[in-house]
Design a protein around this ligand. Structure first.
Ligand code: COA
Length: 257
């Protein structure tokens, strides 16, 4: 993993990575360079094996991500669309083996909203704004947006957002399940990090297998999903961490008067 990125910043501290989209003058719009740099950085984090949770955030207070870079989108043709440039990146983010949290301040639009949905959890500032305005540009949210958004908020609400292209505020996003927590704008990053630390305090193999199972639930039929769940639990039942955590719990209770 390189560290001299032009469009992102990567900071790792005590098992937690913070990846910052860093084009604030362009509302952190995702361009081709950012796509390449994110692939490189995320591959590096996975291979290094040090990081066990990741927070994604945007530089500045105006935007998480204002969308895919419209100047570049304008030039793309059908063959480019089939290269699934953003879709492949977002699929990678969704499948990261550790939990991910989007810390959203300001605009979270188009590809930015699709990326946030690929994270496991979303913390938003009170002033955040969410939307899929692609139809206004004559395209659709095709980096997974028409598939993941309905799973998260329901088909009717997804249609309301995608067909009108309207923007909603953080409170509405929370009400429809697009966002997990709303906090004051200047507390977003700290709140996301605190949430990540709360997850990091749990059994690490259990968290990874829980994420794998939850992601899998959206992909497979219930029978194979239940099978994977059973196998995951069988693996966890044999783990050292499970024995340690359960022993600690029981010993603590036994010591109580
Ligand atoms: N792609 C490329 N550039 C973008 C961008 C995007 N998705 N979003 C913002 N920018 C650029 C603007 O072109 C502008 O660049 P300039 O200063 O060189 O002219 C700069 O970011 C600031 O944008 P501006 O519109 O002045 O900021 P704002 O705070 O008033 O509004 C947005 C922010 C995000 C609401 C507005 O820029 C916007 O509507 N962007 C497009 C959103 C969109 O359609 N996204 C889906 C794309 S598929």
């Amino acid at each position: 993993m390189s560290t001299g990125y032009r469009t992102i910043l990567v900071d790792v501290e005590d098992r937690l990575a913070v990846v910052t989209f860093n084009r604030p003058d362009k509302r952190n719009a995702i361009d081709q360079t950012m796509v390449h740099e994110l692939h490189d950085a995320l591959d590096g984090l996975v291979v290094d094996g040090v990081v066990e949770a990741c927070v994604f955030t945007g530089a500045g207070d105006k935007a998480f991500i204002g969308g895919a870079d419209i100047a570049q989108l304008k030039e793309r043709n059908a063959i480019d669309a089939l290269k699934t440039i953003n879709a492949a990146l977002f699929g990678k983010i969704e499948a990261l083996p550790f939990p991910t949290i989007a810390a959203v301040r300001g605009y979270c639009l188009g590809g930015g909203c699709e990326l946030a949905i690929c994270c496991d959890l979303r913390v938003a500032g009170e002033g955040a704004k969410f939307g899929q305005p692609e139809v206004a540009l004559g395209i659709i949210p095709a980096a997974g947006g028409t598939q993941r958004l309905p799973r998260l908020v329901g088909l009717g609400r997804a249609k309301d957002l995608v067909l009108t292209g309207r923007t909603i505020d953080a409170r509405e996003a929370e009400r429809i399940g697009l966002v997990n927590r709303v906090v004051p704008d200047d507390e977003v990053l700290d709140a996301a990090k605190a949430l990540a630390r709360q997850i990091l305090a749990q059994g690490s193999l259990a968290v990874r297998l829980a994420k794998l199972n939850l992601n899998n639930s959206a992909r497979t039929g219930q029978d194979s999903g239940l099978l994977l769940e059973q196998v995951s639990q069988a693996v966890l039942f044999e783990s050292e961490e499970k024995r340690r955590r359960m022993t600690e719990f029981l010993e603590k209770r036994a010591r109580k008067p």
